[in-house]
Design a protein around this ligand. Sequence first.
Ligand code: FAD
Length: 421
Amino acid sequence: MPLTINIPDTNKKRIIIVGCGFAGLTLAKYLKNSNHQVVIIDKNNFHQFQPLFYQVATAGLEPRDIAFPIRKIFQNYKDYFIRIANVTKVIPEQNLIETSLGNLKYDFLILANGADTSFFGLHKIQEYAKPMKNVYESIELLWNILQNLEDALTTSIDENEELLNIVVVGGGPTGVEISGALIEMKKFVFPKDYPELNCNHINIYLIEASPRLLGGMSEKSSEKSKAFLEKMGVKVLTSTAVKDYDGHIVSLGNGELIKSKTLIWAAGIQGNIINGINASNFTRANRILVNEINRIKDYENIYALGDIACMANEKNPGGHPQVAQVAIQQAKNLANNLKMNTSNPFKYKDLGSMATIGRNKAVVDLPFIHFDGFFAWLVWMLIHLRSIFGIKNKILIFINWVWSYLTYDQSLRLLFKPFRK
Ligand SMILES: Cc1cc2nc3c(=O)[nH]c(=O)nc-3n(C[C@H](O)[C@H](O)[C@H](O)COP(=O)(O)OP(=O)(O)OC[C@H]3O[C@@H](n4cnc5c(N)ncnc54)[C@H](O)[C@@H]3O)c2cc1C
């Protein structure tokens, strides 16, 4: 007989939220004072602010600045229960989920379990490339970058080419932002930290298979971000696919080979699968098809939100973009529907998109206007600060950014290695 998670049965209906990312967190907050018991299950005990992972990976911020303990967020919420567990299966016929802690019955189940890196079936690349889809991977990436530089001090010029070349794959916002941050480290930080190393030999490549960077943004943003990056020294290759990687050599579609021990994979995502949902509900990249109120087509009481959901409509035939605002807005709409017992359809309000390229450089597309440069960079910082959870974190991040801006440096380059007794 499998264990049951120990949560009291009451006369309130139970809503289980799987995942406390942007969607799950917002839904849970907006369900406050509803007449439901709310159970939040996440495999981590913290919510992660993914847009700033690249700053953890490039020593700009500490992991704790962008991760927030879930229990602290919900300290004052009545009838809320939090469990740190991996949800492995849904059994819709029994209104039951299976988790690493045991089983639990639900009245409503909300899947907000997000997405993970997609390597598009390129297994060899998957084995050696470095993704950046959670805090752990961001820390590991930083560790790799720093360790390679340490190793480069003790190897010959011939050998250290692969240690000094960093290849970023994927020219979306993540690829653009991390390339910009790395080239700034090459310019401002590494020469001071590694005076014995000829830092001119450090190369940052950004490789994108489609003809332009920031494909989801305006043409102007694409052109401008490419121009910014190239001026800063990033070697940008568009219309170029990465075909293979063995941990040492990156093979490109045009036949070119690049020696590198660091291939950062920021090229695609796919939904995190939880077993038990009928296969017919899945579409491209493991997204789950939902109707206009985020309900999964085959079920009456199971919903999907955010990156895992695909609400295809005339305006977005392939579903909405997998960004934080969609997750947040869908969660608010569903919270209202569950609270008021209504079925108001979701309408996405596109607030615009942006990417930062480096110091004083960003691109911003608002619904009717594009701008870039210093003002865009300020807007980028303000919006991200505003979105960060908790006053203390906002202040810490702000101080860090001001400090880096004034000193062209920051002091978070610690090589914490995995602990083994
Ligand atoms: C590096 C990076 C940069 C980004 N930059 C931007 C940006 O600048 N602007 C923007 O709008 N968007 C950005 N995004 C996208 C944005 O972060 C996502 O769209 C958003 O996080 C989706 O929210 P979500 O709640 O659907 O999923 P997530 O935020 O991914 O949350 C999913 C949660 O589910 C949990 N989970 C997963 N599987 C299980 C399981 N089986 N059991 C229990 N728990 C589980 C996870 O631990 C996680 O907490 C970025 C993403 C990345 C990776």
